[in-house]
Design a protein. Structure first.
Length: 136
């Protein structure tokens, strides 16, 4: 079954339409606020907020957190909104399901959860490293 047919069966948006709308949202964000939206800084700040609960003195000693104080701001709320919006969207389209191995992965690489977990972790780590390296 093709990806297009799978998307149609679950009532999902076209990735082209979703990408175009995300692009327009980015332009509106820069135009209205002068800021780009992103997620990598939010994860670092979240880690800093968690760390400050268990050892606030350690946060004050880190150069990064002297410059970027861990706080809840518009970008943090944006990432939380992505999670909530995707949850509501998948529930409304009746496509919500919890699965450790997506169907597309299973069809190509098999049903193995450990391989999927390792690849997801490595891919996420590389993406986060690249985003932080680019100061994103």
């Amino acid at each position: 079954m093709t990806l297009r047919r799978e998307l149609q069966e679950v009532g999902a948006w076209s990735p082209y339409v979703a990408g175009a709308l995300a692009g327009l949202l980015m332009v509106a964000s820069v135009w209205l606020t002068g800021k780009y939206f992103g997620a990598s800084t939010t994860f670092v700040r979240s880690a800093g907020m968690i760390e400050s609960v268990f050892g606030p003195e350690r946060i004050k000693a880190m150069d990064y957190f002297i410059k970027e104080v861990p706080k809840i701001d518009w970008q943090w709320m944006f990432v939380v909104g992505i999670f909530i919006g995707s949850l509501v969207s998948s529930a409304a389209s009746k496509s919500f399901r919890i699965q450790s191995v997506p169907d597309m992965w299973k069809a190509r690489f098999g049903p193995g959860v450990p391989l999927r977990a390792v690849v997801a972790f490595v891919g996420g780590s590389v993406s986060m490293y690249g985003a932080r390296l680019a100061d994103g």
